[in-house]
Design a protein around this ligand. Structure first.
Ligand SMILES: [Zn+2]
Length: 414
């Protein structure tokens, strides 16, 4: 048996008045996923365990069959793997965003302006990678030391590693505090003084930097501070082959997913034109997955677009992303595998990203398990959406059991 996971990040959501009380998933035209639900299994899985943040890192680890409560150590250690930064046992990795703060002069911590300082843009206007690399190089020169090192990543997402650092402090993701005063969200706990100091001093390094001067002249958001969060030590994740006896491949535009794949021992397949947004190369991803199934037993296709649209609060974009996911990813796969035995497909989101909230929630998500060669209409499901899935008796409280479920008895019985 060969396995395919088609994951629409953040695809689930909440009912919207503008859509007549439907969610974007229920409203979107999804003939392929509806067909799969009607000819396969439909259920719900709680991918985010109680007490953990509903991040894509936690939720995708669960979908891949790893109990986040046991294995999750933070986002940054997973991203470190994606850019090939090795972590020692005492190293703590931090996600280092380049952000735009407003009404800020953090050089004088006592002044009024440093108190009333806002998070204007968690991505510094989706700064380009070449611009960002110049800024991160300057940050590294000014703030780096034997214990503190900065590593350039992609666009606004970079990495800092603190040798022998603290990992128990609380840091807030910047994309959760857009438009809010940062004074209310500064890091707290053991080691927060070190992190706070680095973020504060970064403003001095970035203020008046040539890259920012050019951006401001073009009316773009300057990257005038770093924001550190998502910290953790190296996770101990047993390789997928060892855990499930299957060789695997990952198709995603997102560093986090490439990092998880690297740690699990998957092949990481890059698809030209994969952007992580609604203009991504959907068909290219599906075709690469079908091709990869010739070499490996298991392929994971991660599509970021619905989540980005959810974070942007853009209902039209989210509906479009879901319709394109259904037509160009799921549709391409269904066409190629029509009637062919020996394939089992899991379709699901990792977590909901409701347009009304612009952020993730921990609600259970609807999933489909479908076998092209073993269709079964006995359960009488009509469509793929949250409401229809809630009517199903199939529910996994421990969402990470979805992988075992897919591999062991996806096709037959209950
Ligand atoms: Zn996600």
């Amino acid at each position: 048996m060969k396995y395919l996971v088609l994951l629409g990040d953040g695809m689930a959501g909440y009912p919207l008045d503008e859509l007549g009380g439907k969610t974007t998933l229920a409203y979107a035209k999804t003939p392929n996923m509806d067909y799969m639900a009607a000819h396969g299994k439909l259920g719900r899985a709680k991918t985010v365990p109680k007490g953990l943040p509903p991040g894509s890192d936690v939720a995708n680890l669960a979908v891949l069959g790893y109990d986040p409560a046991k294995h999750y150590t933070g986002r940054a250690p997973l991203e470190a793997a994606s850019i090939g930064v090795p972590l020692g046992p005492d190293d703590v990795a931090f996600r280092c965003n380049l952000v735009t703060l407003k009404h800020c002069d953090r050089s004088d911590s006592g002044s009024e302006s440093s108190r009333r300082c806002y998070m204007e843009d968690f991505s510094a206007g989706h700064i380009t990678t070449p611009e960002a690399h110049k800024l991160i190089a300057s940050i590294g020169e000014a703030l780096g030391s034997d214990d503190i090192k900065f590593y350039p990543g992609v666009s606004y997402r970079h990495l800092m590693v603190w040798k022998g650092g603290k990992d128990r402090l609380e840091c807030v993701p910047p994309h959760d505090i857009t438009g809010r005063e940062i004074a209310d969200y500064m890091p707290v706990g053991d080691g927060s003084d070190v992190i706070d100091d680095l973020m504060r001093r970064s403003s001095g390094v970035l203020k008046g930097h040539d890259v920012n001067k050019a951006r401001e002249e073009e009316g773009k958001h300057p990257a005038n501070s770093i924001w550190l969060w998502g910290q953790g030590k190296k996770p101990s994740l047993p390789p997928f082959l060892e855990k499930y006896g299957l060789t695997g491949a990952m198709i995603s535009a997102v560093d986090l997913m490439k990092g998880i794949a690297a740690i699990l021992g998957f092949k990481v397949l890059d698809v030209p034109g994969a952007t992580g947004y609604i203009d991504t190369n959907y068909v290219g991803k599906a075709e690469a997955a079908l091709k990869a199934l010739d070499d490996v037993d298991f392929v994971y296709v991660h599509v970021e677009a619905p989540d980005e649209a959810g974070h942007g609060g853009n209902m039209e974009h989210k509906v479009k992303a879901i319709e394109d996911f259904d037509d160009k990813v799921v549709g391409t796969v269904m066409e190629a595998l029509k009637g062919r035995p020996g394939y089992r497909i899991l379709v699901m989101p990792d977590h909901p990203t409701p347009v009304v909230l612009k952020t993730h929630t921990s609600d259970p998500v609807p999933f489909i398990i479908y076998e092209p060669g073993a269709e079964d209409t006995s359960r009488g499901h009509k469509a793929y959406n949250e409401e229809e899935a809630e009517r199903s008796s199939l529910y996994l409280e421990d969402g990470y059991k979805i992988m075992e479920y897919l591999i062991n008895n996806g096709g037959s019985g209950n």
